[in-house]
Ligand binder design. Sequence first.
Ligand code: ZN
Length: 137
Amino acid sequence: MSDFAALTPQPLPDPDTQDFWDSLGKGELGICRCQECSLWMHPPLERCRACAGAVAIESVSGAGTVVSFIVVRQPTVPGRLPPYVVATVELQEQRGLHLVAVLHAEPDAVHVGDRVQAEVVPLPGGDFRVPEFRPAP
Ligand SMILES: [Zn+2]
């Protein structure tokens, strides 16, 4: 590991997000879901925001649609060389279920409405894994 990668900011799991990070650690994208009314929620919460029901992390397909994105053109995160795209993606499991992550695509080729697919990749500088998107095949 390069010294540069060692500077990459690492997640700080808390009681609400620990299961989310654990699912990623197993190579799965898991999203918080109410066990009473089936509402998906991200970021994860301790209880359902709609009905206060118990929640659990459930695997999702990782398929989604770009609803917004930025192109990072200045070096802001150690280990990540610009330019790169950070996208807000609506996961196909539920309208309004958004996940923000790096999108591996040419910045000039990204459009709102593009279909993308999440993958789980190692985060440099530690033991965490994170979701990142690529254009859907
Ligand atoms: Zn609920």
